[in-house]
Each structure stands twice: as structure tokens, then as C-alpha cells.
Design a protein around this ligand. Sequence first.
Ligand code: PLP
Length: 371
Amino acid sequence: MSRELYFDNAGSTPLLPEALERFGELAQIAYANSSSGHAVGKRAKGELEALRRTLGMCVGVPPEGVVFTAGATESNNTVLRRFAQSRVLLSATEHPSVYETALVLRERGVKVELLPVSREGSVDPAVLREHLKQPADLVSIMTVNNETGVRNPIELLAQVVRDHGGGALFHTDTAQSVSPAMWPQELEGIDFLTLSAHKFHGPKGVGALLMPKPRKFAPLLTGGGQEGGLRSGTSPVPLIGAMVCALERTLEGRGAAFTQRCDLFWETLLARTPGLSFTTTAPGAPWIKNFAFLGLRGDAFARALEGEGLHVSTGSACAGQKGGLSRVLKAMGCDPQRGHIRMSLSHLLSLNDLERALKIVPETYERYALV
Ligand code: PLP
């Protein structure tokens, strides 16, 4: 049987074998509760704090600013629920863990305003500046969008908040931004970032809230007071170890050679499938692309590709089912007559995997599209 062609790495990524190995190692040596006072507990605590330092170094945040969480949903909820008080600004294309949380806060009286995005899918710093003419406590704009791969000019946006925000805090969801080129190049002006291990070949159920300038807040989860009182719950040292290992490896794996490989793949794909075009050509994560096409619904195309062993996504499962545009694509003003799919690559895909996909996509489109 041929290898599964998994091209949905923005949805989640396969666990790296080295990360799994690291999990096993730490499960053997750091099995005690890292809050226990005995020697075995202290050993686990030692590992935990070493992992915090390594992760902090990888992302440019001091260890005291690294709070381990269950993933980006928890990190995003923490920032919004603790720091959005009277007025919060967010981009119209945020992930549901930001967008839906903001809607809950709106019901509690917080003013929530959506920053429109351009046709290409990014927030214009001038638009943000305009919205900051009235005071806000929090601005939340993702670095890389999960449906389109578009990268917001996060350094410029952070500068706008710093210079014109009147003290507003700035949060950026960096769940899809783990690569040397996509990570914010400058953390000055960024107060919070969020990480999710399963987006970079780590395990599911672990992530982090990052604070370049560490600060205190009332935890969402109360209990034993772990994570410096910011997030209770026994620290999952082996999961964290696997995450840190995956982070280091993926930062290496998503370098310039991977970008070149992705660019060549997309270019060849478009050349071989004339009915397909990029939904946006804005700069973004080289491994995530959203495609638009006529004559076929996104969910139907994804199912047809699946029939050939190629797993892609419509970008947003709920919208895809109804054949309509997702909230993100609507915010970009995309044409509802077109179908959309998202394909997302991994540095673990072989040349043979890519070659097979380059055959399946054009053949399947030609067979099913009514154009
Ligand atoms: N933010 C973005 C941009 C995402 O793509 C995802 C993934 O689904 C999340 C947040 C949620 O991450 P997690 O699955 O770790 O809760």
C-alpha cells in the first residue's frame, strides 16, 4: 500500500519520531510530580525549568515569560479573558479561539471591533492606527492565518500599537508561525504570543503563552498554583519535552531549503492545473496555500482528492460542508462562486510524496470540475 499523502499540516502535523523518543525518555526520568518536594520531584522540576529556558531561547522570550498551557486555544482564551476589559480590537480573520472568545466577552459588555482585512487578507497598519483613535485595552492580530497562510505585517502593527495605542496591549496568535522567517522578527511592542505544539510536529494538548515582558494575571485555571500561579495543573513534563524537541527540529526543518521546495511545488501545481489559482498572493507561510477554482465545490474537490489518497482541507470544516465561503474568506471579499481548498505541506514530505500529489491534483480537477 502506498504512503498516505497528508497535505493538511495547517490542521495538525504528524509527531516527529525524535519528539516521541524525547517523550519516552522524560516519562522515564521525570515521572514524578514536579511540584513534589522529594528528590524525584525535584528532578522533574529541574527538567521542566531547563525546558522552559530552551523554549524561551528558541522564541526570544525570557523563561519567566513562558507559561505552559494545553495549547493555543487556552493561551488565546487567557489573553482575551484577562486583558480585554472595555474595548478590544481584533482582525476579522482571527482563529475561532480568539473570535468566539471575543463574542462571549461582547455579551459581557466588552466592546469588540473587527479590523477589516484587505482583499489579500492582511491588516493594514493605517487601518489599525485609525481604530486606535479611541482607547482600547487589547489588540489581537494573528501573525500567520491558518486558512490562507497570509502573514500580517506584525512588526509594523506592533509598532502602531506601541506608538498610538495609548497603553493598549498587543497579542499575536503565532500558532501557525513557527519558522525562522514567519516568527515575529522583533518582539518589541508584542505583549503576548501563543504556541501550539501540534502545529509544529509536537504532541497535541500542549502549548504555551509567551510574554516577552513577563506579567502577572489572575489564572483561568485555579488550583495548585503551578506555572508561577498563572496556570494550575500538574506540569506534563514529558509532553513539554516533546514540544521543545519538535520546536527545535521544526525551526531547522522550515528553513530556506524548505521554502524553495514549497515554492517550486506550488508553481508546478498551478502550471499543471490551469483551473486553479491562489486565493491570495500576499506574502505568507510558504507551506500553506489556499486555492480558488470554478466548477467544483471545495468540499467536493477535497473528497475527490481524498478518494485518490490525498488529504487536504477546505480550510474551514463548517463552511466547507455547506459549500459556502468561510468567515475568513468572506472577510477578504472572495468570490462565492468559487470553490476553495487549503493545502499545507511539511518538511517531512518526500519528493516522491510531492510528485504523487502533483499528478493527483490536476487529474482529479480535470475529471470533476464542470468547466
Ligand atoms: N490559533 C490558530 C491560528 C490555529 O490555527 C489553531 C489551530 O487549530 C489554534 C489557534 C488552536 O490551537 P490548539 O489546537 O492548540 O488549541
